[in-house]
Write a protein that binds this ligand. Sequence first.
Ligand SMILES: [Mg+2]
Length: 266
Amino acid sequence: MKSLDDLKGWLIDLDGTLMVGDVLLPGASKFVQSLRENKYNFRFVSGTTKLSRRSIAERLRSLGIETDAEEIFTAASAAAELLKTFEGIKCNFVVAPELLEEFKEIESSGRNPDYVIIGDIGSQMDYEMLNKAFKLVMGGTELIALRKNRYYRNSEGLQIDAGAFVAALEYSSGKQAKIIGKPSRQFYNLAVHDIRTEANQRWLSGEFAMVGDDIEADIKGAMDAGLVGILVKTGRFNDSYGEHFGIVPDFTFDSIVELAEALSRK
Ligand SMILES: [Mg+2]
């Protein structure tokens, strides 16, 4: 039986777990406080491919959670970590302008790049951009997708997501994109690596937990990568639980409130 007591590092989903829209969920501040009091290493994990870690940290601070960009982990920071390990590579970025700051250590080039990196750029996506990316992929450039979500919901209802454009490129080129964001195993491996490096520890994957509201992206993804999966029944829980993929989370809490209580009892 897994125990919360054995955990060394935590990954904490933001939307639907700690917050909904621009409002913190009850217990969110207390939970983060418990992590700090217990001296855990952790990262806030966001599925967005539109915002930089800097602006996610600003958003959290405006809600009263003290943090900085170093404590945030996103698909873009995961991709940047991975790309940095390949010496001398060049990439073509099809991402929101703000996201480019995550890739400032990587050479950007539209000519014979090694990789095309695609994220969500919302209504700015157009035929020219897709066609340029398509031509690069046909010329041998590898395609990396920061996410492949079908759609998302905002205040104006359902919106088509970057996954549809990734699928378009895959369809036309006959090649598969490498997906870096949740629920890919690589995303979780890179997040764990980020914490291990900071803590200078060799903790095992099973000593890390992922806390989230999405049974597929958060729980299945993390458990496939060997992490402890902790489901909270807020946010997307009701949408996603219908398709629970046969996944039984290691722990389930009604919300972050109950998890914060379990941690503070330690
Ligand atoms: Mg979520």
